[in-house]
Design a protein around this ligand. Structure first.
Ligand code: LLP
Length: 433
């Protein structure tokens, strides 16, 4: 994303964000398509082009709209979905079935049926019961499902505990207990309705250290060896998940993909060389790192309150309803006044949201120029897990999304209307007036 300041305004990829706020209204998510493409190309350069037999599946949960999935497919990435809704969005975007991988810890029979009928490339099985469901569907419809097993690698992860998933006590994945795992593996190798591809793990999110990926790789390779020893079976694929951290503020360190993936690949290559075996396909599942820094949010400042000797609150026309991350994970963000972008930051302002929650604070104690009602606040790096986690709390509308590329700006999602917000509501007959 090219951020520039011209005539006191913030420009993104040649487009004036203040005019975007005027034209499309606020709150507004603005994405730089060139930045999304750039991130995909970094993955090609750092991983896909350097190592043969690899795939990168974009984790749709970070930001899942039909236009976004079009970019992902055009940039040659696969797609990781976790629900019937994400799968539906992928189907609507025309995403190639074979390039879709279906994750999730509680897939319903309807979701699995739809995925198998659509012909998704992989189903990443999260538990024992799911195997029974998949087998039953395949037996009934005479199909074969390509499956992976998600294991819990039992590693500790340095990130917020709410986004850590690789520890043993987790609702995700199959634990590494012999009596659970090996009968399951025996079953998936033998079942005629299942084509067993291999193993998957995901350790956590927003990581700036590669230790958990490395420890999890060790755990997975140990299991690969055990699978070979017990069943004379070499897995065909290993998925090492996502989790690559981004830079929200100056205090975050964003490591390049190679920092995580080169040592992981080294470990894997060494292992297979020692065993004189061909390495399986290696898959990664990045979400946040592809879209977080490609997106900004625009809000209009309304009420301003100065509490003498305490702080000044400037409230925006959105907040936790379009970015729940500060409230949920104490996530830090930074931003500027898009319409006073070159003015000196002489004040300390807390940007607060509109929702009726004390935790609805977007940025605490930020240095900004003196704010006025009507100013436009731009929050940086809101492209991942912002729109996708938005809610209608307080019946606030889900904002619009604008995509910018080469100086053009167009809607990718229209702002939800009040009418749409209540369109599924019905008044039971016994409440009729
Ligand atoms: N693969 C699996 C199986 C996952 O569970 C996730 C994220 C990813 C890939 C992508 O991880 P990423 O590259 O985006 O870190 N809402 C939280 C993040 C939850 C992540 C859940 N799983 C947040 O806003 O920080």
């Amino acid at each position: 994303m090219t951020k520039e300041i011209k005539e006191n305004h913030l420009f993104i990829d040649g487009v004036d964000t203040v005019s975007l706020a005027q034209k499309f209204g606020t709150p507004l998510y603005v994405y730089s398509v060139s930045e999304i493409r750039e991130e995909c190309r970094k993955i090609h350069a750092a991983f896909l082009d350097r190592y043969p037999h690899t795939r990168a599946a974009y984790a749709a949960k970070a930001f899942c709209t039909t236009a976004m999935l079009r970019i992902i497919e055009a940039e040659g990435l696969s797609l990781d979905v976790v629900s019937g809704g994400e799968l539906y969005t992928a189907i609507q975007a025309g995403f190639t079935a074979e390039h879709i991988e279906f994750n999730g810890n509680n897939k319903s029979i309807e979701e699995l049926t739809e995925a198998i009928d659509y012909g998704v490339g992989r189903i990443i099985v999260d538990g024992i019961q799911e195997i029974g469901l998949i087998r039953a569907i395949c037996q009934e419809t005479n199909q074969v499902a390509k499956i992976m097993l998600r294991i819990t690698p039992e590693v500790s992860v340095q990130t917020h505990q709410f986004i850590s998933t690789g520890q043993k006590d987790s609702k995700f994945g199959i634990p590494l207990d012999e009596e659970i795992l090996f009968p399951l593996i025996a079953e998936v190798i033998e079942a005629p309705e299942l084509d067993f591809y291999g193993l998957h793990f995901h350790v956590g999110s927003q990581l700036s250290d590669n230790q958990s990926h490395l420890s999890a790789t060790d755990a997975a390779l140990q299991l690969v060896q055990q699978i070979y020893e017990r069943f004379s079976y070499w897995i065909k694929e290993l998925n090492v998940g996502g989790g690559f951290g981004v830079r929200y503020t100056d205090t975050d360190v964003r490591q390049p993909y190679q920092f995580f993936l080169d040592p992981v690949m080294q470990k894997i290559n060494d292992f297979y060389q020692q065993h004189d075996q061909e390495r399986p396909t290696i898959v990664i599942e990045p979400g946040r790192s592809i879209v977080a820094e490609a997106g900004i949010s625009l809000h209009t400042i309304g009420s301003i309150k100065t509490l003498p000797g305490i702080r000044t609150y400037a409230s925006i026309d959105g907040g936790m309803t379009d970015n729940i991350r500060p409230g949920l994970y104490q996530a830090s963000y930074t931003g500027i006044l898009a319409n006073r972008a070159s003015e000196a930051a002489t004040e300390t302002i807390t940007i607060s949201g509109k929702a009726c929650e004390s935790t609805d604070i977007l940025v605490k104690d930020l240095a900004l120029p003196p704010v006025e009602t009507g100013d436009i606040f731009a929050t940086f790096a809101t492209g991942a897990y912002g729109y996708s986690m938005a809610s209608n709390y307080n019946n606030l509308q889900i904002p619009a999304v604008v995509f910018v590329e080469d100086g053009q700006a167009e809607l990718a999602v229209k702002r939800q209307t009040y009418q749409q917000m209540i369109q599924n509501e019905v008044i039971p007959s016994f409440l009729a007036k």
